[in-house]
Design a protein around this ligand. Structure first.
Ligand SMILES: C[S@@+](CC[C@H](N)C(=O)[O-])C[C@H]1O[C@@H](n2cnc3c(N)ncnc32)[C@H](O)[C@@H]1O
Length: 254
């Protein structure tokens, strides 16, 4: 059974989730398809395996590093249900533990490292990217997904939280400093460059999907698919990067 058919969530949640991740999957599919044979993939903060299990279903070997035992238990169950348990390994730990957690020469020297939705919750993003560079082989690909600052400014302002919007605009993450970090496209590129990565492409992710009412996707025939196509169409246009909830970057380790 595939991960998609095993997804226990109601149809409307699955539709919205598919629209949120379609752009990232497109880019990842291309990266993985271009590699000869089975790729070695490390998913940092891979959580319950939403990406890892699907990558394994394509025939690649994936190591998921995550500090949450609950997430790793769910990962293991999903990998079992999808028939890819032999390709997915969960290791409990975090970015600081990578040298001890990963096998020298096998997992380090990976072809592809995923870091999706993690950089924004870490204290030191620059150090985190340097650690990720240590996991990849030279020429390997980092798939980085982070929250984008300006969409959050607009969302806060539209909800009437003008002080929070102003704080985000000025570059502090929120008024309390407790929330997740958010990045601009320029900040991501500069951080990657400093950590010895060359940015190959950057995609605008979730430009519209978070703004569209669920009822529209559920009731309007064909709307969910049309939204996915629209998200794909704007994802490569630089003018939409500042409107995107997330930025997805493919970068090559120098
Ligand atoms: C927002 S979730 C993203 C999950 C997954 N990457 C995805 O895109 O669906 C963040 C994940 O990062 C993990 N995490 C938190 N701190 C971490 C750290 N220091 N190193 C690695 N992973 C961490 C959490 O346990 C959680 O699974």
């Amino acid at each position: 059974m595939s991960a998609r058919s095993a997804d226990p969530r109601p149809g409307s949640l699955q539709r919205r989730s598919a629209a949120r991740t379609a752009v990232v999957w497109n880019a990842l599919d291309e990266v993985l398809a271009a590699l000869p044979g089975q790729a070695s993939v490390v998913d940092i903060g891979g959580g319950t395996g939403g990406f890892a299990v699907r990558v394994a279903e394509l025939g690649h070997r994936v190591v998921v590093v995550d500090p949450s035992p609950d997430a790793l238990a769910t990962l293991s169950r999903r990998a079992d249900e999808s028939g890819v348990a032999d390709l997915v390994t969960g290791r409990q730990g975090d970015l600081d533990d990578l040298p001890e957690l990963l096998d020298t020469g096998a997992d380090t020297g990976a072809d592809v490292v995923l870091c999706h939705g993690v950089l924004e919750i870490l204290a030191d993003p620059a150090a985190a990217l340097a650690a990720l560079a240590g996991v990849l082989r030279p020429g390997g690909t980092l798939s980085l997904l982070v929250s984008q600052r300006h969409a959050a400014v607009v969302a806060r302002a539209m909800a009437g939280h003008f002080g929070q919007a102003r704080s985000l605009l000025e570059g502090s993450d929120d008024e309390t400093g407790d929330g997740p970090r958010r990045f601009t496209a320029d900040e991501v590129t500069a951080l990657l460059d400093a950590a010895a990565f060359d940015t190959r492409s950057m995609h605008a992710v979730r430009v519209f999907v978070d703004l569209v009412p669920s009822s529209l996707l559920d009731l309007e025939p064909g709307a969910a698919q049309a939204l996915v196509e629209l998200e794909r169409a704007v994802s490569t246009r630089p003018e939409y990067l500042a409107l995107a909830t997330q930025l997805h970057t493919l970068a090559t380790r120098r």
